[in-house]
Design a protein. Structure first.
Length: 72
């Protein structure tokens, strides 16, 4: 069983199929060096979370002024 098949079994996404074009996805590199992984994670924290397709999520903000907070 491949790593993609194991992840699909647990988390349900099909990692062998591209969400954008439907083509087959293949692994071209594996990063195992903890220093490199740490640098990548630090960079991602600086740029913010990314949605599928490479779209950055906007920063969280409060409700508009003048509108009551109904969450209480």
């Amino acid at each position: 069983m491949s790593w993609a098949q194991r992840l699909k079994r647990v988390f349900q996404p099909d990692l062998q199929c591209c969400e954008a074009c439907g083509g087959q996805v293949r692994v071209i590199a594996g990063i195992e060096d903890p220093v490199v992984i740490g640098k990548i994670l630090q960079h991602l924290e600086k740029t913010g979370p990314v949605l599928a397709g490479g779209v950055l999520l906007p920063e969280a903000r409060g409700p508009p002024e003048g509108i009551p907070d109904l969450s209480r």
